[in-house]
Design a protein around this ligand. Sequence first.
Ligand SMILES: Cc1cc2nc3c(=O)[nH]c(=O)nc-3n(C[C@H](O)[C@H](O)[C@H](O)COP(=O)(O)OP(=O)(O)OC[C@H]3O[C@@H](n4cnc5c(N)ncnc54)[C@H](O)[C@@H]3O)c2cc1C
Length: 507
Amino acid sequence: MTLLDAVVVGSGPNGLAAAVTLARAGLGVRVLEAQPTIGGGARTLPVPELDDDLLFDLCSAVHPMAWASPFFRAFDLRAHGVELVAPEVAYAQPLGGDRAGLAWRDLGRTADGLGADGDAWRDLIGPLAEDWRQMTALALGDKRTVRGMLEGVRGHGGYASETWGAAASLARPGLRFGTAVLEQGGPRWDRRFLTEEARALLTGVAAHAITPLPSYAGAGTALLLAALAHADGGWAVPVGGSQAITDALVRDLEAHGGVVETGRQVDDWRDLPSARAVLLDTTPRTALEILGDRVSAPRRAALGKFRYGNAAAKVDFVLSGPVPWAADDVGRASTVHVGGARAEMVIAEDAVAHGTHPDRPMVLLSDPAVADPGRARGTRRPLWTYAHVPSGSTQDVTEAVTRQIERFAPGFRDVVVGARCIPADQMERHNQNYPGGDISAGAATMWQMVARPSLAPDPYQLAEGVYLCSASTPPGPGVHGMGGWHAARRALLREFDVRHVPGLAPD
Ligand SMILES: Cc1cc2nc3c(=O)[nH]c(=O)nc-3n(C[C@H](O)[C@H](O)[C@H](O)COP(=O)(O)OP(=O)(O)OC[C@H]3O[C@@H](n4cnc5c(N)ncnc54)[C@H](O)[C@@H]3O)c2cc1C
């Protein structure tokens, strides 16, 4: 039997980021993917039951972190042939009638549109947007080591790049970010803004965390994503859909000798070819099933306590034209948070946290053709939405989502040509990393954003030669490849004595 250098289980963005990093260090890498298609949460596929020509993003659709993440900055998606396009309005929050909060790419224009809250928005988000490199370094670091944070500021120079100067450069942005999280994640969150436009605009982004609001995890998510809206790449979508990111990673992997095998479910250690290193782009639960008593008893106990969160139920629509938003300029945004006013979103998220389906659920919507007109075919276009629901929900939420959108876009029903729901309990069929429909692969509580998947000093290494690299590790959910990058770099150092992190830019 040939001994492989490394096997990666799972071809999500983290699995592929790990595989690319290892292959570029000259190792023989094989990726085993259970599904028939590659990419996990970054796949764009036809849905024949809906339309013969259109392509739909199965999971992720909008990618502020794909250009901002230190891994992807080093990899250079553009140079790898991925065109990222950002809409003029990063995200919008319709409030009924002609009212809406709008986050334009341009911070000044956003502030102008927020009237009485313009200065307050500029004061809160402006400095964070200016320091977006430091912000992403902190938010997407390994949450354990100084050097795991520094790579984000200093690029991809390797472990030797650790310097106190770089660490000091994180101090001020870190303090600013931390103070803002405490303010917007706590009971004083209403004090800064006077208008519903500004309050709701930030709350819509906080809701990405699927937690009761306000929460520190929600505030951290909101402030990072809101800052990135005004930074270099905005809330970008890849031309052609999220699959473009996956395809670029796979091309690079194959160019460096790696292979991906689909239809390879791994349930047991015996399903794995023998290899010097195994990296699991899976949940901790799956990892424990595969590894059995290869993981020490204390570590098993700690990982057994990892909590999975509430869920999303997906609804894909085919439309015969753009969404007829009532408020001006909402249609210039690819991403629209359809939840109404701050108080309504608080009620909706609270209901989900208590295990019930809200009448007016929090809906996230992406209309990719706004930024990438090539996604439409003639007048037909795909519309990507999901609603927050309790974990394991079996409900088809098509009608609830339609009703929510119709509130802010009267006539929406008239442009709907077809729709299909993937209820939360079915999400696992497409990707077992989302138990019960938890699209964050682990509840986004403040504790679990830091101590993910447990408080172990090394969150990635589970046993000798075995690493967890999925969104259940730091920094958590999103298409940024950072969990894979952090884990692969540890594996390189410990299993192969490779001290210099390989460059990732195109050869
Ligand atoms: C509906 C939805 C919308 C989202 N929207 C966004 C968004 O707009 N922007 C954004 O940045 N993020 C978004 N996300 C989150 C993002 O997709 C994930 O955080 C990201 O894909 C996580 O990457 P990963 O590599 O850790 O795991 P995943 O992408 O989940 O991939 C894991 C892979 O491992 C495979 N696998 C798991 N277990 C096994 C096994 N035992 N054997 C073999 N293979 C296995 C799975 O089949 C899967 O392909 C969304 C997610 C969902 C579900």
